[in-house]
Design a protein around this ligand. Structure first.
Ligand code: RP5
Length: 238
């Protein structure tokens, strides 16, 4: 940013989410995004060229909770890359790995047309399972995504504790599975579990991950025992 830029414009440029300034001609951004999803649904790409898991969140303020951050809890991005997935950022340029995921911000209330376009096209665009997260007390993205994308399975992530009941409260006949507040890592694991029923490589990756988890607990247990509480704290800075 040019240091000559007035302070209020500097703030605007740094702002994310719904209050981010719209660039010139930006009113068509939404239409373009919707049209791109709909056009992609018409293409007949092979399975290995399309993302397997779709991740949507209500706002980029959900990003750390949904995908994980270096300082906070790991999230879906950590789980999926750990299991050999890569993030696909261009429908026409898939990553080399067999399994991939895509990520979008879709606000159920601010951009209902994008919610419809995303959920209506998900299956035709090759997605096998969706992970949808939103925060606040009206966290409608996961449940509306599940309703529109049906019969595609959707795993809901309440981004905050106060979002839990609005995510899981679905009426009979309109299913949604959900994890506890903030547990996007587990949501991603569950998504891979669904895919693993048809893909042995993913089953193996899940089993290997669990084995590493077990060994990790055993190492921690031995170290705590052998170092004692104070030594363990010193060693691990906890
Ligand atoms: C929800 O409202 C979003 O999922 C987010 O958790 C919350 C606040 O959104 P922003 O105002 O930060 O965009 O819809």
């Amino acid at each position: 940013m040019d240091p000559e830029t007035p302070p209020n414009e500097r703030d605007n440029a740094a702002r994310t989410g719904p209050n981010r300034p719209v660039p010139d001609g930006g009113s068509s951004e939404l239409d373009t995004l919707v049209a791109k999803l709909r056009a992609e649904a018409e293409r007949d790409r092979p399975a290995r060229a399309t993302p397997d898991i779709g991740i949507v969140m209500g706002s980029d303020s959900d990003l750390d909770t949904m995908m994980g951050s270096e300082t906070g809890r790991p999230g879906a991005h950590d789980a999926l890359t750990r299991l050999g997935f890569e993030e696909q950022t261009d429908a026409g340029d898939p990553p080399d790995t067999r399994f991939s995921f895509e990520t979008y911000v879709v606000s159920a209330h601010r951009t209902p047309e994008l919610l419809y376009a995303y959920a209506e096209t998900a299956e035709a665009r090759g997605l096998e399972v969706l992970v949808a997260g939103a925060g606040g007390k009206s966290a409608d993205l996961p449940n509306m995504t599940a309703s529109i994308a049906y019969p595609l399975p959707v795993i809901g992530v309440p981004v905050q504790e106060k979002s839990v009941s609005s995510v899981i409260g679905m009426p009979q006949g309109a299913p949604l599975v959900a994890v506890d507040a903030g547990k996007s890592f587990n949501a991603a694991l569950s998504a891979v579990q669904i895919l693993a029923r048809r893909h042995d490589k993913l089953r193996e990756a899940l089993v290997e991950y669990r084995e590493e988890l077990k060994q990790g607990v055993a190492v921690t247990s031995r170290e705590l025992h052998e170092m004692g509480t104070e030594g363990f704290r010193r060693e691990h800075d906890t």
